[in-house]
Each structure stands twice: as structure tokens, then as C-alpha cells.
Write a protein that binds this ligand. Structure first.
Ligand code: SUD
Ligand code: ADP
Length: 276
């Protein structure tokens, strides 16, 4: 029997880099939320005993359906029997919104729903973002991504996600970071409304934004476009970029902002969404 799982976009509302491990991985302290926009992964039993992947959707052409795909890697980590996956790729690739990690987590969920197999233990071996993507709920993420703790509920907010459809290498952004030993994120506090969340975010950082801005000039342009829209309470880059988000209190403002940005930049990926 086939099983389907949603792979929501992951957004790092704040991301402090607080250290570096001896293996080169960085310690982070991040407020992560998930959005109602995302990919879809379907799993069904394989007829020939091999793992298979078919990819469709608006960003399908950017990916190869081969063993390097995180969906297949997740499947193999979960063990036999193999499955046939179908991935509907709606999120831009290498974009700082965890598309690959969220697909891997969705593949594990779909397999588990398909035949009851357990979710494997060592999911961080698939990618630092996979543990948080398996939970797919607001969280404070520490360590390299394996240390998760709950945060106060999100207030009603509207997000506009904007990507100039440029791939950004996570590895290159971490390598361009000047200082790894930075202050941790302040403890999250209950946020009454969108304005309170925006005010709190102003006391935080994304330490990967300065190196990403140095690597790709479209990051600054993307933030400028978002900040110029009416009702934008806060704008920042997510993860290692290059997707940036704008935060709004009203759905109308978010929709109008997305329309205005699309008008200026018709080639960019622009979407309105809400945190899950
Ligand atoms: C930066 C973050 C923030 O949520 O998100 P994205 O921008 O990828 O969405 C994540 O830490 C990314 O997680 P993920 O994309 O799974 O990274 P991985 O595949 O494990 O690592 C890719 C490369 O990034 C670097 N890396 C990644 C995570 C980390 N905590 N420290 C690192 O130094 C390493 O050079 C590694 O080889
Ligand atoms: N299913 C997948 N979706 C997206 N990227 C994938 C997938 N499988 C493997 N990758 C590779 O993982 C890398 C990171 O992609 P992605 O997870 O979209 O970005 P980010 O980590 O910046 O959020 C890309 O170089 C991409 O080729």
C-alpha cells in the first residue's frame, strides 16, 4: 500500500553559530519553524527489489533521481524491503529551507506508514537538519542539529519566502564564516503577537547571513526587496541562504508584498505561507 508524507519548508528565524567541533562541523543555536509550503514524498513497495525514485514538480529538473538523493539515502538507512518513491519537488534546491533534509524526513515517515518499519536512530548521519525535520514543529535546535528543545507557541504571523533561485552551498557559507565562537541565542520568551516576535528576533542574529552576503550579492537585494514592502515587521535570511523571509502581522500585507516583489523580480521564487 502506498503512503504519502508532507515535507514542509524549514525556516531558521534565528541562527547563532556558537562553536566548531574538531570534525569541522559547527555548533549552532537556532529557532526553527516549519511552513505550510513544501514537497511531497510518496512511498510504495518496490516490485523488483531495488530502490527507485521518480521526481516531478516545478523544481524536479534541478535534481537527479539517483542514489545521491537524500530520499534514497533515507530509504537505505531505514533498511529493507526497498521502495519506489515519488518526490514532488516544490521547494527550491540548496536554498537554506532544508528541502533535502525535509524530503529525507518525509521519506522515513512515508516508509514507516507504508509497512510499519521503525524510524532509524542515527538520522543526523543523513544531514544535520534531518532530526528537526522529522519533528516538523517549532523548536530550538542546538549541537549540530541533534539537540532539540520546545519553544513557546508561534503567534499568528504571515511569512513571505523569497529566493532569487540561486543555489547556495551550505558548506561554502560555513567556510566563509569569520568567527565560530559567538554568543548563543537569547532564551525564547512567549510571543503575544507578530510584533512581539519581530521585536524578539531583532535581539537575535543569523550568523550565516554576513558570509552568504559576501558570497552572493542577491542576498542583500532580496532582503532590500522584502524590507521595502508595506507592513514588513522583520526580514532575514534562513539557514545558509539564499532564501530570505519577511514577517507580517496581516495576510493582506503578506499577499501584497509577494505581489510587489514578483512584479519587480518575475524570475524569483516568491510565496506566502504561515508557520505550521
Ligand atoms: C545551515 C542549516 C541550518 O538549519 O540549514 P540549511 O542552510 O542547510 O538549510 C543546517 O545546519 C545545515 O544542515 P544540512 O543541510 O543538513 O547540512 P549537512 O548536509 O549535514 O552539512 C553540509 C555541510 O555544511 C557544514 N555544516 C553543516 C551543519 C553544521 N552544523 N555545521 C557545518 O559546518 C559542513 O561543512 C557540512 O559538510
Ligand atoms: N531530495 C533533495 N532535495 C533537495 N536537495 C537534495 C535532495 N537530495 C540531495 N540533495 C542535495 O542536497 C544539497 C542541499 O539541498 P537542500 O536541502 O535543498 O538545501 P539546504 O540544505 O540549503 O536547505 C543540494 O546540493 C542537493 O543537490
Amino acid at each position: 500500500m502506498a503512503a504519502e508524507a508532507f515535507a514542509p519548508a524549514k525556516i531558521n528565524l534565528a541562527l547563532h553559530v556558537t562553536g566548531k567541533r574538531s570534525d569541522g562541523y559547527h555548533l549552532i543555536d537556532s529557532l526553527v519553524v516549519f511552513a505550510a509550503v513544501g514537497d511531497k514524498v510518496t512511498a510504495e513497495p518496490s516490485r523488483d527489489g531495488n530502490w527507485h525514485l521518480a521526481i516531478n514538480g516545478p523544481f524536479a529538473l534541478g535534481l537527479n533521481p539517483d542514489p545521491s538523493n537524500l530520499v534514497i539515502k533515507a530509504g537505505k538507512l531505514s533498511g529493507d524491503p526497498p521502495a519506489l518513491f515519488t518526490l514532488t519537488k516544490r521547494l527550491p534546491i540548496a536554498a537554506g529551507i532544508g528541502g533535502g533534509s525535509s524530503d529525507a524526513a518525509a521519506a522515513l515517515r512515508a516508509l514507516s506508514d507504508m509497512d510499519g518499519r521503525p524510524i532509524p536512530q542515527d538520522v543526523v548521519s543523513l544531514g544535520a537538519d534531518v532530526p528537526v525535520c522529522l519533528r516538523a514543529e517549532p523548536a530550538r535546535m542546538r549541537g549540530i542539529g541533534e539537540d532539540l528543545s520546545p519553544v513557546p507557541p508561534m503567534p499568528k504571523v504571515y511569512l513571505v519566502l523569497v529566493n532569487a533561485t540561486r543555489h547556495m552551498s551550505t558548506r561554502a557559507v560555513f567556510q566563509t564564516l569569520e568567527t565560530a565562537d559567538n554568543d548563543p541565542m537569547p532564551d525564547p520568551v512567549p510571543w503575544d503577537d507578530a510584533a512581539a516576535l519581530a521585536d524578539w528576533l531583532k535581539t537575535t542574529r543569523n550568523d550565516l547571513e554576513p558570509p552568504a552576503r559576501r558570497l552572493d550579492g542577491t542576498v542583500a537585494r532580496t532582503i532590500d526587496r522584502i524590507e521595502d514592502t508595506e507592513g514588513c515587521l522583520f526580514a532575514r535570511m534562513s539557514g545558509s541562504g539564499a532564501t530570505c523571509f519577511g514577517l507580517y502581522a496581516s495576510e493582506d500585507n503578506a499577499r501584497r508584498a509577494a505581489k510587489a516583489i514578483r512584479g519587480f523580480e518575475p524570475e524569483w521564487w516568491v510565496t506566502t505561507t504561515t508557520p505550521l
